[in-house]
Design a protein around this ligand. Structure first.
Ligand code: ADP
Ligand code: MG
Length: 600
């Protein structure tokens, strides 16, 4: 066999091989070039695609490339960004490996026009097969990159491109992502001359979301902001109300120091925050931006720097959960003001005071206040829960929410408007005259959410002996499951005995379940225990709340309805039930009036 002699690979081939890593498709070119424009301090960036996504033109008003540097900019490992070895670990600029331009000119024909402020005329660099020729050319301050015939000389790659429509959808996803992470920059995206996206660069994230999506979408969002001063961490952005969900994870935008990242830990945090607010299989919309000190990050884990490793994964994980929770939990939550700042008559007809609330409440029992803390195991990039019992004060300080039970001993008088009950429909729905229209509330799930939130906040679960003990038939596995979890169940107020290995007799139940059917409670508890381990305690709470709540089909007095509605209005997360179903619907007065040909 003839032995092959060793040859140096031609430069263009070296670049093409490297390009395989950086440039997969037109969207990757767009990403690299737009990031370069951002790094150049541009405030306006225009992206145009044509010729079935094979031609890309990107124009920016950044600081431009100096004429003496332009040749260098297109060679490998040439960058103006990596100053010393330490900055490799930082994430303040988007690109720093100096590979993008060299890769792009190995797989496409590129013309680049650029001018810096101190140059009288601009320069033009024409590149083909990694050969660069530079001439003078008039142009504005900034840079225009024209990338034509992508993959013209790499047929294998070219063949793998999808339909131009699909390729464009990748491009548009990238531009959306970048536009949302840089609301201070104006972006324009055109496809074959048609404008597809336009942001004004107002600097306001909500405006950018409105421009990328719509006003309707922006109306579904709440602002998120939380910081951890000791670690120098900040989470900011917007997240959807629990009533608004999407069917895919696509609209969960996560940015670390203004860069889009793929990060299981952050995704898990978002998931955990919404866990008992939205149904499983549904996802929120959110745009969350994290500021993390560069020293706590390792960004070189992934070649295109989409993956980040943190040194403070736990703190970050918890901060993201807390930031979303405190934003969405504020919703629909009647905020109280102390009497000293608001003049009102405590016994006026339309107002309940805290004292009165305490006296009349038919559900005001207490339970262990466990505060969930989440821990991320960063080596495995998985996470686990740690539960610690914290004092109520600590819990409140951290969560910045107002809780109900027990009521403060020094009566801070709080005012809650008395709901105007219209009536009960079908013994299942409570109709309320709301200031925005006719509100229809599902009585069972509204009550369930109220009880669930109280149980979560309470200190100890008062338990009550059952007088009549009805045995419930279970199978061996189920009996075993009950026994295994006996201690846990007793913490939540349930005590039982197992007879002859297949009969369970409930001896004690939480006080709020007194008078409810113990048989169905056992069945539901078993279901809770059969679920995923991490969810068991939550499911026990949901089961307890579900059983304690009024049922659909149960006739209620006006007094009961008032109390259920008033308590529910004061409850956090009151938009959905613990399994994510929407609790209330409002039919706007306008709609009712216009049906009858009236105007309001
Ligand atoms: P990197 O971005 O990793 O430095 P690139 O190959 O993407 O590598 O770019 C090489 C260099 O070209 C950059 O460091 C920058 O100095 C210059 N450059 C590229 N695009 C622009 C632009 N739009 N405006 C100004 N300078 C640019
Ligand atoms: Mg770059």
């Amino acid at each position: 066999m003839l032995m092959n002699r060793i040859n140096l690979l031609p430069e263009n081939l070296i670049n093409q091989i490297a390009a395989g890593e950086v440039i997969e498709r037109p969207a990757s070119v767009v990403k690299e070039l737009v990031e370069n424009s951002i790094d150049a301090g541009a405030t306006r960036i225009e992206v145009q695609l044509s010729n079935e996504c094979r031609n890309i033109r990107i124009a920016d008003n950044g600081h431009g490339i100096h004429k003496d540097d332009i040749g260098l900019a297109f060679s490998r490992h040439a960058t103006s960004k990596l100053i010393d070895e330490n900055s490799l670990w930082e994430l303040s600029t988007l690109g720093f490996r100096g590979e993008a331009l060299a890769s792009i000119i190995s797989i496409a024909k590129v013309s680049c026009y650029s001018r810096t402020e101190d140059m009288d005329t601009g320069v033009k660099a024409e590149c083909e097969n990694s050969q660069i020729s530079v001439t003078e050319s008039g142009c504005a301050v900034g840079t225009v990159m024209e990338v034509n015939d992508i993959f013209y000389n790499v047929p294998a790659r070219s063949k793998f491109l999808k339909k131009s429509q699909t390729e464009f959808s990748y491009v548009s996803e990238i531009v959306q992502n970048i536009a949302l992470s840089h609301p201070q920059i104006s972006f324009v995206l055109l496809n074959s001359g048609k404008s597809v996206l336009r942001t004004t660069g107002s600097g306001d994230l909500l405006t950018a979301i409105t421009e990328v999506y719509s006003k309707d979408m922006a109306n579904q969002l709440v602002e998120v902001y939380k910081e951890d001063k000791t670690e120098g961490l900040v989470v900011r952005g917007y997240a959807s109300k629990p009533e608004f969900t999407r069917t895919s994870k696509k609209a969960i935008y996560l940015f670390v120091n203004n860069r889009a990242v793929k990060c299981p830990v952050l995704l898990k945090a978002v998931d955990t925050a919404y866990k008992d607010l939205i149904p499983s299989g549904k996802y929120p919309f959110c745009v969350l931006s994290l500021d993390i000190p560069p020293a706590s990050l390792d960004v070189n884990v992934h070649p295109s720097k989409r993956e980040v490793r943190y040194t403070k994964a736990n703190q970050i994980f918890n901060l993201v959960i807390a930031s979303i929770k405190s934003a969405v939990e504020d919703l629909g939550f009647v905020k109280f003001q102390p009497a000293s700042t608001v003049a009102f008559n405590a016994y006026a007809n339309d107002v309940y005071t805290a004292e009165e609330t305490k006296k009349t409440s038919f559900m005001n029992k207490a339970i262990p206040s466990f505060k969930r803390e989440y821990e991320v195991d960063d080596s495995a990039q998985t996470f686990s829960f740690v539960e610690s019992v914290k004092s109520k004060q600590e819990y409140e300080d951290e969560q910045v929410t107002i809780s109900f039970a027990p009521m403060p001993s020094v009566a801070v008088e709080q005012q809650v408007p008395r709901p105007k009950i219209v009536g009960q429909y079908f013994n299942t729905y409570i109709l309320v005259e709301h200031n925005e229209g006719l509100q229809i509330i599902d009585q069972h799930i509204a009550h369930e959410r109220t009880i669930y939130e109280r149980l979560k906040d309470s200190k100890e679960f008062a338990s009550q002996l059952l007088l009549s003990c009805v045995p419930v038939e279970v199978d061996d596995n189920q009996a075993e499951l009950m026994l295994e979890n006996a201690e846990l169940l007793s913490r939540y107020g349930y005590k039982f005995e197992v007879m002859n290995s297949n009969r369970v007799i409930l001896k004690q139940v939480p006080v709020i379940l007194a008078g409810k059917n113990p048989e169905s409670t056992v069945v539901e508890l078993i279901k809770a225990l059969e679920g995923s381990v991490e969810q068991i305690e939550n499911e026990i709470l949901i089961t307890t709340s579900c059983h304690a709540a009024v049922k659909a089909g149960e006739k209620l007095s006006v007094w009961q309805m008032e109390e259920i509605i008033r308590d529910w209005q004061m409850t956090k997360n009151n938009g959905t039930c613990p399994h994510g179903r929407v609790i209330a619907k409002i039919i706007p007065l306008k709609e009712v009036a216009s049906f009858f040909g009236r105007s309001v």
